[in-house]
Write a protein that binds this ligand. Structure first.
Ligand code: 5GP
Length: 193
């Protein structure tokens, strides 16, 4: 069991049937050493790829993306949620349905920060149905950039995002995979980490 898996088991709180609350180390308070280790793990997995940008979505992906980008020595670009008047039309955008909030929102990235030369590693805190990842892939396509891989901290294996992305041949690497949540218990998939 890796440090993230141990933390999920010890501190994660199950809300309803399918939401995992990890505010105490990832989504509100941040355990910096744990997030730093995520960056190391993503780097180890993707280091042979010619990454030029680490892409994520505000807010919780940013810390993970920064520790990852530090090792690749490349910038982080994060998708902004909601419509921003001050960016005008100089943006790529996609609509993303938020599984946790039950609403759709626009995600935008300024054209200046993603170009056809970029080889992108997308990282995020959670993967559920894959809407956020699909939205970011639309933005990568609009820019003419290339997706090199996706790094996820916590994949919920009982939702369809992981299967959909792997079926497309994407190099998807999840540090922890939750297979089931029942009666408040979190059951993790065994991985060789
Ligand atoms: P997806 O777009 O794959 O359906 O959902 C991924 C996004 O929704 C993540 O960026 C994350 O912010 C949020 N999310 C989905 N499921 C969970 C969950 O169980 N717990 C938390 N904290 N966030 C989640």
């Amino acid at each position: 069991m890796n440090a993230l898996e141990r933390m999920i088991t010890e501190k994660g709180v199950v809300i309803g049937e399918d939401i995992l609350k990890v505010d105490m180390f990832l989504n509100h308070q941040i355990d910096v050493k744990l997030i730093q280790q995520m960056g190391v793990d993503f780097y180890e997995h993707f280091k042979d790829r010619p990454i030029t940008k680490v892409l994520t979505i505000e807010a919780s992906g940013i810390a993970i993306a920064c520790f990852t980008a530090l090792l690749f020595d490349v910038p982080v670009v994060f998708g902004k949620k909601g419509y921003h008047k001050n960016v005008g039309s100089n943006v790529y955008s996609a609509k993303v349905y938020s599984f946790t909030k039950g609403v759709s929102y626009d995600i935008t990235v300024m054209k200046d920060y993603l170009t056809e030369k970029d080889k992108v590693l997308f990282v995020d805190d959670f993967l559920a149905n894959g809407a956020a990842a699909e939205g970011m892939m639309q933005i990568i396509a609009q820019a003419g950039a290339t997706l090199q891989g996706i790094g996820i901290a916590i994949e919920k294996g009982f939702q369809e995002g992981g299967d959909k992305l792997r079926a497309k041949g994407i190099d998807l690497y999840s540090l922890a995979i939750v297979d089931k949540m029942e009666a408040g218990r979190i059951i993790l998939r065994e991985q060789n980490t």
